[in-house]
Design a protein around this ligand. Structure first.
Ligand code: RP5
Length: 185
């Protein structure tokens, strides 16, 4: 495999129904220019496939694995049991319990088998991509610079939105943010 084609992050999810959420992780990685490989490999429905995918991406040079699953979400934990690469777990809100089940299943790992668990759902998937980039940036100055620029842009965006809001309301200051007073009667 050509060096430029080597994936640096592996993304795995338990089902194709997780894709619309896990795409957020892929988008974040793409924005920072981080190459990845993405697949579906359930811990429960296809454990052999999961095991061989982990071996494959390890051989390809992947340095961080992001695993997202919903319900009885053992995916990230099983990945962490099969590799010594850092594993980021994304609990998905795909079940009738709205992600409480996957949050607890992903975060409550036994000592010795760490999974860095991010927020439930889309924000978690996005943060998983950013966190993976931060891990890679420890040994990659270009990525570190992109992360600094990203953080700066976030705060500039807030500044811009605050100014727009203050202008729309007509004046700036604390009172602009007060809720309207209750109607009488
Ligand atoms: C989990 O079960 C998957 O990660 C998914 O979030 C959930 C439902 O899967 P499907 O029944 O939609 O395939 O293993």
């Amino acid at each position: 495999m050509k060096e430029s084609n080597r994936p640096r992050v592996g993304i795995v999810m338990g089902s194709d129904s997780d894709l619309s959420t896990m795409e957020q992780a892929a988008t974040a990685l793409s924005e920072f220019g981080v190459s990845y490989r993405m697949t579906i490999a359930s811990a429960h429905r296809a454990p052999d496939r999961l095991r061989s995918w982990i071996k494959e991406v390890e051989t390809q040079g992947v340095q961080v694995i992001i695993a997202g699953a919903g319900g009885a979400a053992h995916l990230a934990g099983v990945v962490a049991a099969e590799t010594v690469l850092p594993v980021i777990g994304v609990p998905l809100d795909s079940s009738p319990l709205s992600g409480w089940d996957s949050l607890l299943a992903t975060v409550q790992m036994p000592g010795g088998v760490p999974v860095a668990t991010v927020a439930v759902g889309k924000a978690g998937a996005k943060n998983a991509g950013i966190l993976a980039t931060r891990i890679l940036a420890l040994q990659d100055d270009t990525l570190a610079k992109r992360l600094v620029a990203y953080r700066l842009k976030m705060s500039e965006d807030i500044e811009k939105k605050a100014k727009e809001l203050e202008q729309r309301i007509g004046f700036s200051g604390q009172s602009a943010l007060k809720p309207p007073s209750k109607p009488v009667g």
